[in-house]
Ligand binder design. Structure first.
Ligand code: AMP
Length: 447
């Protein structure tokens, strides 16, 4: 029950209005400590209810009678526009019975309109680091009296190259009394460094480790001979699975566009979302998906980050994500807040070792599914090591293999000795979305 928390009655009223009955584990763990003013470092998955875990304590702090606003009192930093927009919505839902006002600053929106909004001084400012810094540098933003700073999806902000921007913005909030840092993963050295810089004596709440990921989601693999065969399997799945809404993930923009084109040609109501799309397209895609006008979204990782769409119950990994963390984020799109979902990864021989290292990382074994209507010849490696990886059997290539390889891996599988190597058809250190340079991360390291 939410009444177990020392929250203002107007906030409890909003919670009841939203029909939240039981707090989620991250809310149970984080809300009381956040209400005490503690700095927190929280490791919790997307979909765990972490937004409410920081929004409710912030609102509780800011509760009070209506008065002229002179200071921005809380700042919430997030890696992507969509996530920032969703967080704004969540803040507005929880603050509906209060006088608290929130504002949004993200790239892709009019700079002057944002500056005008800042002149009205929102109590809570939500935004992405790059544009916030631009507004700060233009003299439109004063963060000197910020009381609470939240870094949400901090690991992803670092991956997207926002480390310096986040550091600078947190330095601007010099008088802050509380900092809350949320990440979906425990992160690496970059995150540890950030934690050391921005948090004071934090409590670390490790809510659910990745092995408990999206318990409501079944995770399956279907083996495929090559990309053309993957397309046939995808068609079969979209035509035969029962789902309200589906998301198809690819590793490249080109593949996303290709699949989108094929779906539209088959008269599916689909949309494509990747970094080549402008902000209007992105908004439209998400709105249509939410309203149900679009049933299938084809997306790359960064574009789909933080999507929270009701009824998204089928995720297809057309390409296997390059790391366990990316897998977690993709699958986090479904099975949210206790709903059921199905995640299916299409696995060619070149994907097998990556898939099995992700299984080890998650401490899970994906269900092997055979769809007899579209069954190919590849069914997984003949021999596997104890680790689950394929034993390197030297096999004479058939013409069919070569044809498949050309489509999926430019340099061919014999050169792909390591599963950590990025696929040859994508640049190694550039985000597929062209949004920001990606640091090369170690994919799928077992804990
Ligand atoms: P989040 O992890 O914050 O993105 O939340 C995922 C989804 O769960 C959002 O749609 C929230 O509105 C919803 N949610 C969060 N907390 C609860 C709760 N205690 N009961 C029901 N739904 C919730």
């Amino acid at each position: 029950m939410f009444s177990q928390f020392a929250l203002h009655e107007r906030l409890l009223k909003a919670v009841a209005e939203l029909k939240f009955v039981e707090p989620t584990p991250v809310q149970v763990a984080a809300i009381p400590l956040a209400l005490q003013g503690r700095d927190l470092r929280v490791t919790a998955q997307t979909g765990s209810g972490k937004t409410a875990a920081f929004v409710l304590p912030i609102l509780n702090r800011l509760m009070g009678p209506a008065k002229v606003r002179v200071d921005i009192r809380a700042v919430i930093l997030l890696p992507t526009r969509e996530l920032a927009q969703q967080t704004l919505k969540e803040v507005e839902r929880f603050s509906q019975f209060t006088f608290i006002k929130a504002g949004l600053i993200t790239g892709g929106e009019d700079f002057k309109v944002q500056a005008a909004m800042l002149r009205k001084v929102p109590d809570i400012l939500i935004g992405t680091p790059g544009r916030l810094l631009e507004q700060l540098n233009a003299g439109n933003l004063d963060l000197k009296n910020v009381e609470v700073l939240v870094l949400d999806e901090a690991d992803r902000m670092l991956d997207m190259g926002f480390s310096e921007d986040v550091t600078r913005l947190s330095q601007e909030c010099a008088q802050r009394e509380q900092t809350l840092l949320f990440s979906a993963t425990t992160g690496g050295a970059g995150l540890r460094e950030m934690i050391g810089k921005v948090l004071k004596d934090p409590e670390h709440l490790l809510i659910n480790n990745v092995s408990q990921l999206a318990e409501g989601t079944r995770q399956q693999i279907v083996t495929a001979d090559h990309n053309v065969h993957k397309e046939q399997i995808l068609n079969w799945l979209l035509a035969n699975e029962t789902y309200q809404k589906a998301i198809v993930f690819t590793n490249t923009r080109a593949m996303a566009d290709r699949i989108y084109g094929r779906l539209v040609a088959q008269e599916y109501k689909a949309f494509v979302l990747h970094g080549d799309k402008d902000q209007k397209d992105r908004k439209l895609a998400i709105d249509r998906l939410k309203q149900g006008g679009v049933k299938i979204l084809v997306a790359t990782d960064v574009a789909a980050r933080g999507l929270d769409v009701d009824g998204l119950d089928l995720v297809v990994n057309f390409d296997m994500p390059r790391s366990g963390d990316d897998y977690v984020h993709r699958i986090g799109r479904t099975g949210r807040a206790g709903n059921e979902g199905l995640a299916i990864s299409l696995i060619c021989h070149g994907d097998w070792n990556l898939m099995s290292s992700i299984e080890r990382y998650l401490k899970q074994t994906f269900e092997r599914r055979v769809i007899k209507e579209v069954k190919g010849t590849y069914g997984g490696p003949k021999k596997v090591k104890a680790s689950g990886k394929a034993v390197g059997v030297k096999k004479k290539k058939t013409d069919k293999d070569k044809k498949g390889d050309k489509k999926s891996v430019a340099k061919g599988p014999t050169k792909r000795k390591s599963v950590n190597r990025p696929k040859a058809d994508t640049p190694a250190l550039v985000s597929q979305d062209g949004m920001a340079p990606l640091k090369r991360r170690k994919p799928a390291v077992s804990e």
